[in-house]
Design a binder for this molecule. Structure first.
Ligand code: IPD
Ligand code: CA
Ligand code: CA
Length: 258
C-alpha cells in the first residue's frame, strides 16, 4: 500500500457512512419504501438500499477514481487496481423495512484481496465501528476487544439463515438445533455486518453464518480481527461461510456447524 493514505481513507469512509446513515434515517418507519424482492420472497430491497448505494458509488469513484468497487445493489465496477471497496449500502434490510432498529451500512476496503479497512455504522443505534489493519478496532472512538468467554454455556451467539432456506437443504437449521441447547443464549440479529461488530465489541461471544456475500463480511471481518478475534471459514460451497469470536469459542462452534 506504498504511498496510500489509509488514515485518510478511514476518515472518508466514516464520512460516507454517516451520510448513508442519514439516508437510512430519512426513510425509517416512514412507509413508502418502494419494497421489492430479489432472489426470493424473503430477499427484500427498498429504494433506500438503492439510494444509499448510489451515494456510495458516486462518493467513492469521485475520491478514488482508479479503485474498483463491489456493491450489493449494482455489482462490480472493476478497474485495474489493487484496491477494491466492498460495500453493503443497507445491511439488515428485512429489519429496516419492518421498522426494527438493527440495520447498518458496511464499507470495507480490500488491498490485493485482503481486507484492510472496515467501517460499519448503525444509525438508529448511533453505533460506529471502525478498524484499519494493524491499528486495532474501535466503537464510537473507544478501543474494543472480543469477549474472553471460554465455553459455550456462558456464551451468547448469533447466526442467520440464507434466503433460500426453504428450498436448499444446507440452510443452517440443523446446525442451530445442534448447538442451541448448549448456549446461554442465541440471537438472530438480522444484519451480518452488525453481528460481526457485536463480536468485535464483546456484546456477542461468537457468530457463525453460511451463504454470506463479500459485502456482508468484508468490513466486519477486519473489525473482528483488529479486535483480537478470529474469523474462520468453515465450508466453501455456499458463498462465504464464517465463524467469528475468540479462538476458543470459534473452535467450540466449529464442533457443531457444517
Ligand atoms: C442479510 C443480512 C442477514 C443475513 C443475510 C444477509 P441484507 O443482508 O445480513 O442478517 O442473514 O445472509 O443477506 O440482505 O439485509 O443486506
Ligand atoms: Ca447484507
Ligand atoms: Ca444489503
Amino acid at each position: 500500500m506504498d504511498g496510500f493514505d489509509i488514515d485518510g481513507a478511514l476518515l472518508n469512509a466514516v464520512e460516507w457512512a454517516r451520510v448513508v446513515g442519514q439516508i437510512h434515517m430519512g426513510g425509517f418507519r416512514k412507509g413508502n419504501l418502494g419494497i421489492d424482492t430479489k432472489s426470493s420472497v424473503y430477499d427484500v430491497v427498498t429504494r433506500v438500499d438503492k439510494e444509499s448505494e448510489a451515494y456510495l458509488l458516486k462518493s467513492i469513484s469521485a475520491t478514488y477514481p482508479d479503485h474498483s468497487i463491489l456493491g450489493e445493489e449494482t455489482g462490480s465496477h472493476m478497474k485495474e487496481s489493487d484496491f477494491c471497496w466492498v460495500v453493503d449500502p443497507l445491511d439488515g434490510t428485512n429489519n429496516y423495512s419492518q421498522g426494527l432498529p438493527v440495520f447498518c451500512v458496511s464499507i470495507g476496503l480490500e488491498y490485493k484481496g485482503e481486507g484492510v479497512l472496515g467501517v460499519v455504522y448503525a444509525p438508529y443505534l448511533n453505533e460506529l465501528y471502525t478498524a484499519v489493519k494493524g491499528q486495532g478496532a474501535f466503537y464510537n472512538g473507544e478501543p474494543i476487544h472480543v469477549s474472553d468467554k471460554q465455553d459455550l454455556a456462558h456464551s451468547i451467539l448469533a447466526s442467520g439463515f440464507p434466503y433460500d432456506k426453504g428450498t436448499h437443504p444446507v440452510n443452517n437449521v440443523a446446525n442451530t438445533a445442534r448447538i442451541l441447547p448448549n448456549l446461554r443464549g442465541f440471537r438472530r440479529m438480522g444484519a451480518a455486518a452488525y453481528d460481526l461488530c457485536g463480536v468485535a465489541a464483546g456484546w456477542l461471544d461468537g457468530y457463525w453464518e453460511l451463504c454470506l456475500q463479500p459485502w456482508d463480511a468484508c468490513a466486519g471481518s477486519v473489525i473482528v480481527r483488529e479486535a483480537g478475534g478470529v474469523v474462520k471459514p468453515f465450508r466453501f460451497d455456499r458463498g462465504i461461510s464464517i465463524i467469528a469470536g475468540n479462538e476458543t469459542i470459534v473452535n467450540l462452534i466449529s464442533e457443531y456447524v457444517e
